[in-house]
Structures are given as C-alpha cells and as structure tokens.
Design a protein around this ligand. Structure first.
Ligand SMILES: *[C@@H]1O[C@H](CO)[C@@H](O)[C@H](O)[C@H]1NC(C)=O
Ligand SMILES: *[C@@H]1O[C@H](CO)[C@@H](O)[C@H](O)[C@H]1NC(C)=O
Ligand SMILES: *[C@@H]1O[C@H](CO)[C@@H](O)[C@H](O)[C@H]1NC(C)=O
Ligand SMILES: *[C@@H]1O[C@H](CO)[C@@H](O)[C@H](O)[C@H]1NC(C)=O
Ligand SMILES: *[C@@H]1O[C@H](CO)[C@@H](O)[C@H](O)[C@H]1NC(C)=O
Ligand SMILES: *[C@@H]1O[C@H](CO)[C@@H](O)[C@H](O)[C@H]1NC(C)=O
Ligand SMILES: *[C@@H]1O[C@H](CO)[C@@H](O)[C@H](O)[C@H]1NC(C)=O
Ligand SMILES: *[C@@H]1O[C@H](CO)[C@@H](O)[C@H](O)[C@H]1NC(C)=O
Length: 404
C-alpha cells in the first residue's frame, strides 16, 4: 500500500515538472510536430504554439530551430497575457504559388499584440520570383493583390532584430496602427528589378526605429506613408531600390499628417532616388512636416535629393492642378557622394502651397557621367542655405561640377 502511494506521488511530481518546463523553456515547433524538411506545412503547428505562448501568464518563447520549414500562412492574433518572443533560427519558406495564401491575407499577419520580439538569425523567404512574373497587377487593374511577407497591424512595443527577409511577393514588411516598433540588424534582400517589393512600409504608426540594417530591394527601401510619426532611421544601407521615400501623399481623402522623420548616417547606393518626398498633383489635402535628412552618403544615385509635388508615375494624372499637400520644416544636411544624373538636388514644391522652412546645408554631390555638369532645380521654395554647397542649390542651371 505504502509502495503504491510512493509511485503515485513520484508520477504526479514528474507530471508537474513536465508542465513547469513547458511554461519556462521555449516552445519548440519541432516538438509539436513541425518538420524541418521544407515541404510539410507548419501552419497548424505554429498556430498551436502561438495559442500556447499567447495564453501564457509569464513571458514565453517559440523556437523555430535550424532547418527549412514550409509555412502556408500565419495569423498570429493577440492580445496575449505576457511578452512573447519568436526565435527564428531556421528558414521559413512561403508557398511559391500566391493562390495558396488566403485571398486578402498576408503571408504572416501579426495583429493586436503588445511586447513581441522576433529574433533568432533566421530567414523569412517569401519565394516571390514566380509571383513577380505571373502577377497581372502591373498591366491590369483587375488583378489579385499579392501578399506581403510580414504585416504588423495594431502592434505595440515590438522588436524585430537579427532576421532576414528574402524575396517578398509584395512588401517585405507593412506596419499599420503600430506604436514603438524597432528594427535592428534587419536585412532585406530582393532583386533590383522585382516589382513592388518595398522593404519596410510605415503607415499610421508612431515611434518606429530602423537601425543598423541593410536593405536592398526592387522598390522603396523604406516608404513612409500618411500617419507616420516619430520615425528614426539611422545606419541603414539602402540599395538596390528606389531609396528612402516619404509618400506618395495626397492620393486619398482624409490622409493623416506625416510628422517627425529623422534619417541620419545612412548610405544609399545605386538607387533610383536617395531621399525623396513626393505628393500627387491635384491632390487631396495633407501634410508632411518636421523631416530631417542628415549625414547621407550617396553612391551613384539617380536623384539623390528630391521633393516632387508633381509625382505622377506612368502619366496617369489627367488633372495637373497643384498638390494640396503642405510640406514644411524640412532639412537636408551633410549629403555627399555621387549622382547618376546631373539633377542632384531637385525641390519641386506646390504652386498653391509652397514648401516652408526648408534648410539645405553642406551638400557635395558630383555627377558620375562624362560631362561632369550638375544642376539643382527648384520651384515654389526658398530654402535657407548654409555651409559648402556644391553645386549651388536652386540655381536652375547646369554648371560644371567643382572638384570635390
Ligand atoms: C489558457 O490557460 C489557462 C490556464 O492559465 C487554461 O485554463 C486555458 O484552457 C488556456 N486556454 C487556451 C486556449 O489554451
Ligand atoms: C497599443 O497602444 C495603443 C495606444 O496606446 C492602445 O490603444 C492599444 O490598445 C494597444 N494595443 C495593444 C495590443 O496593446
Ligand atoms: C518600446 O518597446 C520596448 C520593447 O518592448 C520597451 O523596452 C520600451 O520600454 C518601449 N518604449 C516605450 C517608450 O514605451
Ligand atoms: C528620434 O530621434 C530624435 C532626434 O534624435 C529623438 O529626439 C527622438 O526621441 C527619437 N525618437 C524615437 C522614437 O526614437
Ligand atoms: C557627415 O556625414 C558623414 C556620413 O554619415 C559622417 O561620417 C560625418 O561625420 C558627417 N559630418 C559632419 C560634420 O557631421
Ligand atoms: C551608375 O548608375 C547608372 C544608372 O543606374 C548605371 O548605368 C551606371 O553603370 C552606374 N555607374 C557606376 C559607376 O556604377
Ligand atoms: C527651375 O526649374 C524648375 C524645374 O524644371 C522649374 O519648374 C522652375 O520654374 C525653374 N525656375 C526658374 C526660376 O527658372
Ligand atoms: C556644362 O557647363 C558648361 C559651362 O556652363 C557649358 O558650356 C556646357 O555646355 C555644359 N555641358 C552640358 C552637357 O550641359
């Protein structure tokens, strides 16, 4: 009798250690049945792991160990009871065929979560190559929108570090309705000719830091849309791609202001634009203020510094009335290097609402081409100029570049 009781006690003691361990150690997806073989879909396993982690009353970690995992789709929804970390050490691959991802969903969606960390040194491989060539959105308006790799919607206090996003079908990362999001040591890679593969798009979000990161893609490295506030971008290398862009603004009704954008200590290489602010002609109203670009090295960039309030790709604008987006308190300081075209600093502001409070200081940009002449054209702006300016800013003439 006494012996049987011993065994029962031992068993229940073991049972409790098991539960205690499940709560403190990482939740390893391979222990829940995920296979690192690149072909077994881990969607259900990740959903189960998320349910467990998100329901934990103490901080928890989901581990995706080394190996290649196929994931058809993830919808990770909060609120959770405590902080969650997802440590991705391996490669998570999306299905090649976008039709395998639910219509109107992204590949990985994270929504209503606070205090999340994505880390681990691994890779999110969007496998976009097939989708880029087959998708019809570039040639037809009737088309199915491709999924982004990672969408964070209404997510707060979150860190994304030591990860790589590779070959997204559409954007690599899309932020909407977020607060306090940091990207650090984040690498984004897609070919320079891959369509609409923006690196990080920031919309309706406050407090976004992107630092020590390397972004090369087929569209904007970072695009800042309406409602973005307090965005700090530093020590980012960008290229190939279309540069770091604010806008395009003014296309839709009720766009929220863009406010407080700091881009410092960045290197931009071989891109279509360097730092750019763009809005549509004949636009809805909007504003972009308190934006500062400082300490930027350009390497063979086609439009190193550009404000373009007549932005109209593919001549799709029938009405050429001026933009109603207000651009104010903008500085461009300490911008050096080379341009792939003669137009190195272009500031084309709106005729109806000229740019205000624009400062340009310490510019030294040379044209890479044979003629060696550079120009800076401006309209509807009177910038405050200081420091060494090569070429003269807003002189509207092609002048021989001075030796740097
Ligand atoms: C969440 O955890 C509680 C105990 O903390 C448990 O009772 C409940 O069943 C769990 N819910 C889910 C969906 O796992
Ligand atoms: C995120 O922060 C906003 C603003 O403080 C708050 O309204 C929202 O509930 C928070 N969301 C989560 C998931 O914690
Ligand atoms: C931002 O989020 C990080 C990570 O959760 C946190 O450590 C930090 O305190 C937050 N900052 C603010 C101002 O809330
Ligand atoms: C961004 O940088 C500015 C100026 O350096 C600083 O005042 C601000 O607190 C920073 N914001 C965030 C969200 O880190
Ligand atoms: C200008 O920017 C470069 C590149 O970011 C930086 O190394 C340098 O210190 C800056 N110079 C000044 C005077 O701030
Ligand atoms: C500069 O960029 C242009 C246009 O993208 C390209 O044709 C040219 O080869 C580049 N030059 C160098 C030196 O990289
Ligand atoms: C300077 O160039 C811009 C762009 O080509 C043009 O819109 C503007 O009218 C020019 N300004 C002057 C004073 O010629
Ligand atoms: C470069 O500038 C010089 C002097 O202003 C001018 O004579 C020459 O035509 C310009 N070259 C080009 C290609 O614009």
């Amino acid at each position: 009798m006494a012996r049987a009781l011993d065994i029962i006690l031992l068993c229940s003691w073991l049972f409790f250690t098991c539960i205690a361990q499940a709560q403190t150690g990482p939740i390893d997806v391979t222990q829940l049945g995920a296979k690192p073989d690149g072909s077994a879909d881990m969607s259900q396993v990740l959903a189960d792991a998320w349910k467990q982690a998100c329901n934990s009353t103490t901080a928890s970690t989901i581990l995706i160990p080394k190996g290649t995992f196929l994931l058809k789709e993830a919808n990770l929804e909060g609120p959770c009871k405590a902080p969650v970390e997802i440590q991705i050490q391996g490669t998570i691959k999306a299905p090649e065929d976008p039709a395998q991802i639910s219509k109107d969903k992204e590949w990985m969606t994270i929504i209503y979560v606070d205090q999340l960390t994505l880390s681990g040194g691994g890779t999110l491989d969007g496998q976009g190559a097939k989708a880029w060539t087959q998708n019809e959105c570039r040639v037809k308006t009737e088309c199915s929108k491709l999924p982004n790799t990672l969408s964070l919607n209404f997510v707060n206090n979150t860190v994304i570090r030591d990860l790589t996003s590779l070959n997204s079908k559409l954007f690599h990362v899309n932020l909407f309705g977020c607060n306090n999001i940091t990207f650090q040591h984040f690498t984004i890679t897609a070919p320079g000719d891959s369509p609409n593969t923006d690196g990080i798009h920031i919309g309706h979000s406050t407090g976004v830091v992107i630092t020590d990161s390397n972004i090369g893609t087929g569209d904007d490295c970072i695009s800042i849309g309406d409602g973005a506030k307090q965005v700090n971008i530093s020590k980012v290398t960008c290229g190939p791609g279309h540069g770091i862009s604010v806008g395009s603004l003014g296309r839709y009704d009720n766009e929220l202001p863009v406010e407080g954008i700091f881009v410092t200590d960045c290197t931009i290489s071989g891109t279509l634009n360097g730092v750019r602010v763009k809005s549509w002609p004949a636009s809805k109203s909007g504003s972009a203020t308190n934006m500062h670009f400082e300490g930027i090295i350009m390497q063979n960039v086609s439009n190193p510094v550009i404000i373009d309030q007549e932005y109209c790709p593919n001549n799709q604008c029938t009405n050429t009335a001026p933009s109603s987006v207000k651009i104010a308190q903008v500085s461009f300081k300490n911008i050096t290097g080379t341009s792939a075209t003669p137009a190195v600093v272009t500031l084309l502001c709106s005729k109806s609402i000229p740019c205000e409070g624009v400062e340009v200081a310490d510019i030294d940009l040379a044209y890479n081409g044979n003629q060696g002449n550079v120009s800076s054209n401006c309209a509807n702006v009177k910038p405050a100029l200081s420091g060494k300016l090569n070429p003269p800013i807003c002189a509207n003439a092609t002048v021989p570049a001075q030796a740097a």
